[in-house]
Design a protein around this ligand. Structure first.
Ligand code: NAD
Length: 488
């Protein structure tokens, strides 16, 4: 399917048409710096056409009210993605630098399967709720509450988990009856363009219901968020960009749903199995080179066991190393771009200036090509240091000592973010008590995995507004209409 994209470029999907146009930009393999091929670089006018097509498809077609068609199209899209799974797996490894093992889960297979969950949810959902008869102000009325689609959805996504995030927006938005303009990050245009092509060629999705607009310029996202024809912005990306999206959407008071950054803590209590918990923390922090918003990037350890914890964690990180993402055994692949590597290196320098040192890593591995950083463990900082507070988005873990459960909770919550967290303890009740006190949207207790189609995911504080996935995620894409019918 992708063979002809290397030279001709991947197409946009606008109003049901696959459009290549003359403007293109390169998509790069971050492990080798090789050009994979070209992607369509949309103009502002093309974006405008896509929004117009989505608007018309919502206002003038039967999509919003034809639940059967929606469910069928979602199942077709899932089947199409499954038919092309081998090609998509290779693409995800190449374009996003995703380690192969993750493509069997959150990077590909899981979000594709999750389309089935969301189709089932839409089919069984209580679209109408009967509130029964009441007589407010003496007038007998039969009351019903209807759930209806929000309208045109702008889905703006980052590069780190392209299929997961594109599909976690597209699936529920379509199931709910919305039409969508998907604008992916410039680093992973093909992962989104594939969706457009499969939607156009292998499903019955009516023209304009799904539009995919790739481009190198971030301004496309800003225009999309601000366009008055868009009813809802579903955004995943950095907290700084989230603020800009909210500001842009404010002019027309659109509903804004934001999944943003994090600086999550992994808390080890003093009765934890240190060896197991530290190995877990090392693995979690460097998966996909630390380019996951919910990865735990601060490791809070009992002060008395600090050195032991550092030794085990550093040893595990060094053993895992950074490696070829196509290798089944690789946990930590490359960073997405030279720009991202610069950003991570900036934080490594800053950590040293702030008094930190590296228990392992802290530099580029010995490789000629690609955007690599060794898994890095930083010690000697306090939670006031910028390297301990700000999102680095690289394979970097900061160790912080704590003086007991209350102190650990205080440090974990002393963050502008509130996306995720983890707790390890011998006594599960103690672990649960700490989990309840963390001000975050998800918490893993003793290695539990919260990721799943039925599990709402999102952030407290500056990590976001709203929830993705689960019933709560589906309902983000719905409006509520109350109807009262006089019976007198
Ligand atoms: P980013 O914020 O730079 O870009 C995200 C998307 O927004 C891209 O498509 C980009 O083109 C677009 N964009 C840029 N400027 C814009 C503007 N002014 N208006 C509208 N759109 C604009 O993020 P990134 O570097 O692509 O991704 C990394 C960030 O994403 C990290 O901060 C990470 O924590 C976050 N993230 C959050 C979640 C979550 O669910 N909470 C998941 C994955 C990634």
């Amino acid at each position: 399917m992708l063979d002809d994209w290397a030279e001709r470029g991947s197409p946009l999907l606008i109003g049901g048409r696959l459009v290549t146009g003359d403007r293109r930009f390169e998509t790069i393999d971050p492990a080798t710096e090789e050009v994979i091929g070209l992607a369509a670089d949309a103009t502002g006018d093309q974006l405008g056409e896509a929004i117009g097509a989505a608007r018309r498809a919502f206002d003038e077609s039967g999509w919003a009210t034809d639940l059967g068609l929606r469910v069928r199209c979602l199942r077709q899209l899932r089947q199409a993605l499954e038919r092309h799974a081998d090609e998509l797996r290779a693409l995800t490894i190449r374009e996003a630098g995703a380690p192969r093992f993750l493509t069997y889960g959150a990077q590909l297979d899981q979000p594709v399967a999750d389309l089935g969950w969301v189709a089932d949810l839409a089919e069984d959902y209580a679209w109408t709720r009967d509130l029964g008869r009441a007589a407010p102000m003496g007038i007998a009325s039969d009351r019903r509450v209807l759930r209806e689609p929000a309208g045109v959805v702008a889905a703006i996504t980052p590069w780190n988990f392209p299929h997961q995030i594109n599909l976690a927006k597209l699936g529920p938005a379509l199931a709910a009856g919305n039409t969508v303009v998907l604008k992916p990050a410039p680093d992973t245009p093909w992962c989104a363009a594939v969706l457009g092509r499969l939607a156009a060629e292998e499903t019955d999705l009516p023209p304009g219901v799904v539009n995919v607009v790739t481009g190198r310029d971030h301004a496309l996202g800003a225009r999309l968020a601000a366009d008055p024809r868009v009813d809802l912005v579903s955004f995943t990306g950095s907290t700084a960009t989230g603020r800009a999206v909210m500001r842009g959407a404010a002019e027309t008071l659109k509903k804004v749903f934001l999944e943003l950054g994090g600086k999550s803590a992994c808390v080890l209590l003093d009765d934890a199995d240190l060896a197991k918990a530290c190995a877990y923390a090392a693995f979690a922090a460097i998966s996909h080179a630390g380019q996951g918003c919910a990865l735990t990037t601060r490791l809070l350890v009992p002060r008395a066991r600090h050195d032991e914890a550092v030794e085990i964690t550093a040893r595990t990180m060094a053993r895992l190393g950074a490696g070829d993402p196509s290798d089944e055994r690789t946990v930590c692949g490359p960073l997405i771009s030279a720009r991202q590597r610069e950003r991570v290196e900036g934080y490594l320098k800053l950590a040293v200036a702030e008094g930190g040192s590296f228990a392992t890593g802290g530099r580029r591995p010995d490789r000629d090509r690609g955007f690599w950083i060794e898994p890095t463990l930083i010690t000697g900082l306090t939670n006031r240091a910028r390297a301990a507070r700000e999102e680095i988005f690289g394979p970097v873990l900061v160790v912080l000592p704590h003086d007991g459960d209350d102190d650990a909770v205080r440090i974990a919550n002393d963050s502008p973010y509130g996306l995720s967290g983890a707790v390890h303890a011998g006594d599960p009740e103690r672990a649960r008590a700490v989990a309840r006190r963390l001000r975050t949207g998800t918490v893993s207790v003793n290695g539990g995995i919260w990721y799943g189609p039925d599990v709402p995911f999102g952030g407290y504080k500056q990590s976001g507004v709203g929830r993705e996935m689960g019933v709560a995620g589906f309902e983000e894409y719905l409006e509520t209409k109350s109807i009262a019918e006089g019976t007198g």
